[in-house]
Every structure is written in structure tokens, then in C-alpha cells.
Ligand binder design. Structure first.
Ligand code: URA
Length: 237
């Protein structure tokens, strides 16, 4: 594993501590590495092997964070926005750190499972259409689901502008509600798939990504770290 500067390590592992704050803490003599006080912010350490303490308390090391957020409506999947609240702004203090971003988008009016991480490689695998990672949505519709929808979606439909969708699985839950599993993520895909059939999506909630399901105990607007088991299930099922 690559060596890292001490100030970068501290700010990446501790919520609400900027790089500048970390430099000050280090210069003030509050930080030790392997039991020795280190006052140089540029000091190099090996995060997985060295033990770092701040004010006498260990600074635990997590290379990456994986967070499950139950996104409410009205919030956008971005890190910063001039007008709207963003998913990373919803994170509680203890789950904040530099470099976190939403791995994939839900529309502003959609709700449910958003993965927030700083693991770029995992995000890339989840989002790449080549990976075909399934994502399942609970869909509420204005009108009854037409009888050919499941068969057509499974064959792969062409939506406006000539975009061909990969096969998707629809399971009806009621006359106007279904579970729909996609293996890709085109812009407004589910809304466009139903709009082509003269129907309209009135409610959309993502309930799983890969083999990891949205925790039913996590209410809208709340977030928690994924368990190691859930992280494994994101891609391998
Ligand atoms: N499809 C949509 O139309 N919107 C979403 O937010 C996700 C999938």
C-alpha cells in the first residue's frame, strides 16, 4: 500500500477535519505515529500498518467508506449544487469525509437506495453497463400496467430517440405497481420506458443494488455504513 502524508491521512479519516485543521493539530503536537509525537504534516506513513493517535485516541483506518442512504424526494444525487440540497449534504457528521460521492443517480423526485462511497473503482464497476449489475425499483404508475409490458421489457424495448434498452424484468405487485429490475442506467430510463407505452411513473423507489437491499429500518433521509457482507453483495451475488 502506498505511503500517505500524515495531514492527508488525518483529514481523510476524521469527519469535519480539513487538511488545514490536520496540519494545525500536527504542529501543535497532538498527533503521534507508532507512539512517537510527529510534528511534520508531510511525514509519510503506511495507513494499514502504522498506528496513529490524536489527542491520545486512536485514529481508526478505513480505506474506503460505503454508505447506504435512503434518499428522500427533492434531494439531488451530486456532491454540491447551487440550488438544491445534495445527497452528501444529508450525511451525518460521523459519516462525512473528503472524496465521497454518489455512485449512480436517482432523479430528484425518486427515492430509495443511493450508495455513497469514495471507492472509485467499485463505483465504476457498478455503473458500467458492461457489468450488468442489477438494480431493482418499486414503481408506482398512473394507469394499470398493460399486459404486454413484462414481455416487451424482457425482450428489450427501444425508447424515444432510438435508444435500445437491455432486457429488464418486471414483476407486477398490483394493478398499478411493479418491481422492475434494470441492468443499466440510462437517463430517466424507467420513466421513459413507461412513457413510451402511454403510462406515467408517479412513484419510484430503488430498493436494491446488486445483491444489497435497502435496509427497511432506514427511514428516508437517513444513512448508515454498509456491512462488509453488504459491500460484497453489491457486485458478487
Ligand atoms: N429511472 C428513472 O426514470 N429515474 C430514476 O431515478 C431511476 C431510474
Amino acid at each position: 500500500m502506498e505511503a500517505q502524508r500524515l495531514d492527508k491521512f488525518i483529514s481523510s479519516q476524521l469527519a469535519g477535519v480539513s487538511r488545514k485543521d490536520a496540519r494545525e493539530l500536527i504542529r501543535r503536537g497532538e498527533v503521534s505515529v507508532n507512539g512517537r509525537t510527529v510534528k511534520e504534516p508531510e511525514h509519510k506513513l503506511c495507513p494499514s500498518e502504522d498506528s496513529v493517535m490524536l489527542g491520545g485516541k486512536p485514529v481508526g483506518y478505513k480505506r474506503f467508506l460505503y454508505i447506504m442512504l435512503n434518499k428522500p424526494a427533492g434531494v439531488i444525487c451530486a456532491t454540491r449544487d447551487r440550488l438544491s440540497e445534495t445527497v452528501t449534504e444529508l450525511l451525518p457528521e460521523g459519516l462525512r469525509r473528503e472524496g465521497l460521492f454518489p455512485a449512480g443517480r436517482l432523479d430528484k423526485d425518486s427515492v430509495g437506495f443511493v450508495l455513497i462511497t469514495d471507492d472509485g473503482a467499485l463505483a465504476h464497476r457498478l455503473l458500467s453497463p458492461k457489468s450488468h449489475v442489477p438494480k431493482t425499483y418499486f414503481v408506482g404508475l398512473r394507469d394499470p400496467i398493460d399486459k404486454n409490458a413484462a414481455e416487451d421489457f424482457l425482450r428489450g424495448v427501444t425508447i424515444d430517440g432510438g435508444e435500445v434498452c437491455l432486457p429488464a424484468e418486471l414483476k407486477a405487485v398490483s394493478e398499478k405497481e411493479c418491481l422492475l429490475t434494470l441492468h443499466e442506467g440510462k437517463y430517466h430510463q424507467i420513466k421513459r420506458m413507461f412513457a413510451c407505452r402511454g403510462n406515467e411513473v408517479v412513484y419510484l423507489k430503488r430498493i436494491s443494488i446488486g445483491g444489497a437491499a435497502l435496509d427497511p429500518k432506514l427511514s428516508e433521509g437517513h444513512a448508515r455504513e454498509l456491512t462488509p457482507d453488504e459491500v460484497g453483495k453489491l457486485i458478487d451475488q
